[in-house]
Design a protein around this ligand. Structure first.
Ligand code: GNR
Ligand code: NI
Length: 172
């Protein structure tokens, strides 16, 4: 397994805006990608990662919502779809490894029903709420080239990108 570089909005916006293509099959090559994504996510650290964040435009997501002190609970999503979403929405403070050190409230459906293929290619259908619902919607946005800052006002979005660019310049 390899920790890969996570693309960020200061230098890799064009790639992050790409719409990812469905995975053709859940095979050893795709599992290797998922393993690299998980290791990259844990190293960051983060609770979710979409393949496009390491430059791979394929509809794959990894996630681990285990709290500190709990055993690891990796989850893998291939070609996920939202089957249905609650009418009710609610705010949640989000962050993104591709928009480092920016945290803002985003309003989304509070409950969603998902269908996806797991690490072994089995079809799974399940309900998500709370942080799970927030995170899977955030990650599925990435598959469509959408970032959480795209849900903010233009002013807040432009300020966020400017802040990330400034921090990147200071780092260099
Ligand atoms: O690590 C992450 N934390 C997080 C917090 C609130 C809502 C969404 C997320 S996902 C983010 C990692 C990431 O950028 N995934 O795309
Ligand atoms: Ni993100």
């Amino acid at each position: 397994m390899t920790v890969r570089r996570i693309l960020t909005v200061d230098s890799d916006m064009t790639t992050l805006k790409q719409v990812s293509a469905p995975a053709a099959a859940v095979d050893d090559g795709l599992r290797r990608l998922m393993d690299d994504m998980l290791e990259t996510m844990y190293a960051a650290p983060g609770i979710g990662l979409a393949a496009i964040q390491i430059g791979e435009p394929v509809r794959v997501i990894v996630m681990d919502l285990a709290k500190k002190g709990e055993p690891p609970a990796p989850r893998f999503f291939v070609n996920p779809e939202i089957v249905s979403a609650s009418e009710e929405t609610g705010p949640w403070e989000e962050g993104c490894l591709s928009v480092p050190d920016i945290y803002e409230d985003v309003e989304r459906p509070i409950q969603v029903r998902l269908r996806y293929l797991d690490y072994n290619g089995a079809v799974v259908e399940e309900d998500a709420d709370e942080l799970y619902a927030v995170c899977i919607q955030h990650e599925m946005d990435h598959l469509n080239g959408v970032l959480f800052i795209d849900h903010l006002s233009r002013l807040k979005r432009e300020r966020a990108v400017a802040k990330v660019k400034k921090a990147a310049r200071a780092d260099a």
